[in-house]
Structure formats: C-alpha cells, structure tokens
Design a protein around this ligand. Structure first.
Ligand SMILES: *[C@@H]1O[C@H](CO)[C@@H](O)[C@H](O)[C@H]1NC(C)=O
Ligand SMILES: *[C@@H]1O[C@H](CO)[C@@H](O)[C@H](O)[C@H]1NC(C)=O
Ligand SMILES: *[C@@H]1O[C@H](CO)[C@@H](O)[C@H](O)[C@H]1NC(C)=O
Ligand SMILES: *[C@@H]1O[C@H](CO)[C@@H](O)[C@H](O)[C@H]1NC(C)=O
Ligand SMILES: *[C@@H]1O[C@H](CO)[C@@H](O)[C@H](O)[C@H]1NC(C)=O
Length: 389
C-alpha cells in the first residue's frame, strides 16, 4: 500500500468541476442497497455522476478504508475491486457473513465530500430444523414435540404438519446476536393408533423461495401389549397335532411370550418356537386351559384357549351334525322359493283382473275414483288369495 499524499491536492483540484453540479438533488455518487445470502458474494456498486477523476474511497461499516481510488487498503482478500469506470465503481465481497452487515460508504473527495451508503443485508436461510421430544409418548397421555431452527435471519417460519394440515403450536424466538433461533412446540394427545404416524416440521424462509426445509418424524407411542391366541380350525381328535400361535402387539413389542396351563403343567412333549406352542399326538390328558401372557413396561396381557380333545367316535358325531345343518338350510331355502313363486303367481293373476277393472274405471273423470277402482281391485286380489291358500 503506497502512501497517498495527493488526496488533499486533488480534492482542491476537483473543486471547480464539482461546482457545475449546482442543483441540490444532483448527486455525484449513488449507492445501492444489497441483500445477499450468507456465504454468497455481495456486489457493492457506487454510481458516479460527472466524474472528474477525483478520489473514490470505499469504506466498510467500521469506517475502515477498503479501497482508495482503486487501490486495496485493507488486507482482506474477500474484497475485490471488479470495476472502476467514470460511471461505476464496483467491489465484490465473497463468503459474506452476518458480521459483514452494515453500511458501506462510497465517498467522492471533491470540494465537499459526497458520500452515499450502500446497506449490505445478509440473509441466513434456516437449516433443516431438528425435533426434540420432551419425554417418551405413552398412549392416553400427551406428547410434547419441539421443532427447532437454531439460526436464521430474518426469522424462519416453522410449521407442524400432519396429514397435510397444520397443527398450531407455540412459537418462540430468541435473538442470538445477528441471527434468530426459532422454536415451535406442540402438545398432542396420543393413542396407540398414532404409533408410527408421520408428522413433519417445515421451515420456510424468504431466502428459500417457495421451498421448505422439512424434518420428518414418526410418532413412537408406547403402549401395553395385547395378546390373542389364534385357535386351530375345526375340532381336535386324539392323535392330532396342535399348533397354537400367540399373536402379540405392544410398543415395545414384548420380547417373549409365556405359555402356561391353568391348574396344571404344560404337557411334556410340548414344544415352543417363538410365540407358538406345538403339541403332537394329542390325547385327552391334554384337555385344559392354556394361557399365553406377554408384558412390557406399560402393562401385561393374557389370552386363553380351552383345549378339548375328542375321541374318534365323538368326532364322527360332531362331523355329521354339519350336513344336517346344511340340509336344513337347503330345505328352508326351498320352502322360501316355493312361497315366493306362489306370491308372484297370485300377483300376476290379480294384475290381470286389476287391469280389467282399470279399463272399466278409465271411463271415470276423477283420479280419486280411479284409485278407488284400483283399491277395489286389491280387495278382490285379497279375496282371491284367501281362496287360493
Ligand atoms: C438502504 O437501506 C437503508 C438502511 O436499511 C435505508 O435507510 C435506505 O433507505 C435504503 N436505501 C434504498 C435506496 O433503499
Ligand atoms: C482515481 O482512479 C481513476 C480510475 O482509475 C482515475 O481515472 C483517476 O485519475 C484517479 N484519481 C486520482 C486522483 O488518482
Ligand atoms: C467463509 O467464512 C466462514 C466464517 O465466516 C469460514 O468458516 C469459512 O471457512 C469460509 N469459507 C470459505 C470458502 O472461505
Ligand atoms: C383351578 O383350580 C381352582 C381351585 O382348585 C378352581 O377354582 C378353578 O376353577 C380352576 N380353574 C380352571 C380353569 O380349571
Ligand atoms: C376331554 O374333552 C373331551 C371333549 O369335551 C371330553 O369328551 C373328554 O372326556 C375330556 N377328557 C378328559 C380326560 O377330561
């Protein structure tokens, strides 16, 4: 950086030229405000009017001289002078941070120093927000979820969305110097059906345009187990094998199920594989009530199954009961069909008689009388039905 002994001299020299610019609205320098994304490149431009070769000085918000008539003064490589014409002086600032914000001075050293301020604003779009869960969600209780965007400028807007609808929450903002931390907290009552439900928090910001930074979340609702034994189809006879499966739900899912037999011990030959109890070559000594139990931190549940092992003789009887039921059903259907056919036949014959009556009645003017004729026809029909039956 070379020392400049000339400014004062030049300042005086340009005095005369600037007198030409007499109107108060005539400005020798104009600056434009700029908004740039954090990390981006800002262009700071000073427009000159009637430039006479006087010294142009550009200063940062701390009034440190960045460029002295085209020569770098401050040692910060992020600043570059990209243009210096009699109409326009332009510098760029790369990797802009919020600390670069403020007024940049474009000064023209003439008789009177003209200066204009270009205000640099830095926009900080939010990162994808984070989600905090106060305590684990348990069915029947409320869950508190906080969506957090730690840094943005201007403040980001946070919205909770479920099934494309917004869930209103409590929004709070906290100033962190130049940027703002935003949070949105919701409280939701949860049931077990909500377990796994998708919910999301969207951050929107002017710098993102219409785009949103979205954090997805799945509700993890804890609930007590349910247990259901799936019974085998049909009946069991001696010698058959039985496989009982215990279907368990719960969050967390119980790791194992406990099989037991009420007032008795599980038969020796029984085998367990996961939630399934298997017994082969059943005998009547296996009769009894079998219990499946499961538990997690939120509760326990049980289901029972009563096993009755029939001897082969009894089995034949129970099986033959089925065809009887089927035959009974078919017979009932047959009777019903016959009755239907009978009713239709009667109705048809009555209609023939009725239409005859209608023709007779059509001679009458009044509709009421026609209706009466119809009604009479029905009376006749009823009489006929009685007769037929
Ligand atoms: C530039 O920004 C400053 C400060 O925000 C404001 O006072 C001024 O009016 C703005 N100038 C223009 C031309 O927008
Ligand atoms: C300032 O820089 C401009 C552009 O390079 C030049 O035309 C002008 O003569 C310079 N003025 C002084 C006083 O050095
Ligand atoms: C941009 O500036 C930040 C600090 O403001 C710095 O951490 C980062 O390394 C810089 N990036 C580049 C590419 O210079
Ligand atoms: C188990 O035994 C008790 C007492 O002996 C009796 O009251 C109860 O009904 C029995 N339960 C079953 C399922 O057999
Ligand atoms: C087992 O159940 C079957 C069916 O109810 C019954 O006929 C049989 O007598 C029972 N046997 C025993 C030992 O309880």
């Amino acid at each position: 950086m070379r020392p400049e002994p000339r400014p004062l001299l030049l300042l005086l020299a340009s005095h005369a030229l600037l007198l030409l610019c007499l109107a108060p609205r005539c400005q020798a320098v104009q600056a434009e405000n700029v908004t740039v994304l954090e990390g981006g490149t800002a262009e700071i431009s000073c427009r000159l009017q009637n430039y006479d070769g006087s010294i142009v000085v550009i200063q940062n918000p701390r009034r440190q001289t960045l460029f002295f008539n085209g020569t770098r003064a401050l040692k910060d490589d992020r600043f570059q002078m990209v243009l210096f014409t009699p109409r326009l002086v332009r510098i760029t600032l790369t990797n802009v941070s919020v600390s670069d914000e403020g007024g940049y001075f474009c000064q023209l050293y003439t008789d009177a120093t003209h200066h204009q301020v270009a205000t640099l604003s830095v926009s900080v779009p939010p990162e994808t927000p984070t989600i905090e869960v106060k305590q684990e969600a348990v069915e029947g209780a409320e869950v508190e979820l906080t969506c957090l965007s730690p840094r943005s400028k201007p403040p980001a807007t946070l919205r909770w969305i479920r099934d494309r609808r917004e869930i209103p929450g409590v929004v709070s903002q906290q100033d962190n110097g130049k940027t703002v931390s935003v949070s949105n907290t919701i409280r939701l009552p949860v049931e077990r059906k909500d377990n796994g439900a998708a919910i999301s928090c969207e951050a929107s910001h002017p710098a993102l345009g219409g785009q949103k930074r979205i954090r997805h979340y799945r509700l993890d609702v804890h609930f007590a187990p349910t247990v259901r034994i799936i019974p085998p189809p049909g009946i069991l006879r001696e010698g058959d094998s039985l496989s009982l499966t215990c279907s368990v739900t719960g969050n967390p899912l119980p790791r194992n199920v406990l099989w037991s037999r009420i007032n008795d011990t599980i038969p020796e030959r029984a085998e367990f594989s996961g939630p399934t109890l298997q017994m082969s070559r059943l005998s009547q000594t296996h009769n009894g009530t079998y219990l499946c139990q499961a538990q997690n931190n939120y509760g326990r549940a049980a289901d029972h199954y009563t096993l009755l092992v029939y001897d082969p003789g009894a089995v034949v009887e129970t099986h033959s009961a089925m065809p009887y039921a089927v035959i009974g059903g078919i017979l009932a259907l047959l009777v019903f069909t016959v009755i239907c056919v009978l009713i239709i036949t009667i109705w048809c014959s009555v209609r023939q008689k009725g239409s005859y009556l209608t023709h007779e009645a059509s001679g009458l003017d009044e509709h009421g009388e026609v209706q009466e004729a119809f009604l009479n026809g029905n009376d006749v029909a009823q009489g006929k039905k009685e007769y037929l039956l």
